[in-house]
Design a binder for this molecule. Sequence first.
Ligand code: FES
Length: 163
Amino acid sequence: MHDQIFKNYTVKDRSNLIALLQDVQEIYGYLPENALLDVASFVGMPLASVYGVATFYNQFRLTPLGKNVIRICRGTACHVKNSNNILFALETELGINAGETTRDKLFTIETVACIGACSIAPVISINEEYYGRLAIKEIPKILKKYRIEGKKLSEQETQSVGA
Ligand code: FES
């Protein structure tokens, strides 16, 4: 099933496990269970051990990303400007913790070490857009914008499927 990935590997052993998992994640954006089963079989390891490796490294995701990825900076400049409270407000507003995706798949929250925009701390990014000097009271309005866009997109998808 994942022959296009495996064809790049001549040695079928665990020495290629990390590279294989990286390839799978590049294709899917996360590590789906059926791909992990194929990888386990390819490298000759039990599925539980492959899961063990996948969960050990935080570069790997076991669930798909939401349509909108919110990255909240936890770097020093943002930390001293209350990024903890911003994270808490985002988690409360969306009903998920950092590292999780909402049930409607609209939002994922991730924390990052430094977004590289310290001069506008505290800062979050949503997809490619940055929100600097962010105040907690602005969060509902910002999220609303993405909810409206998400609703429009799903309506368009529904219409194109029905057409
Ligand atoms: S510490 Fe937050 S952008 Fe650098």
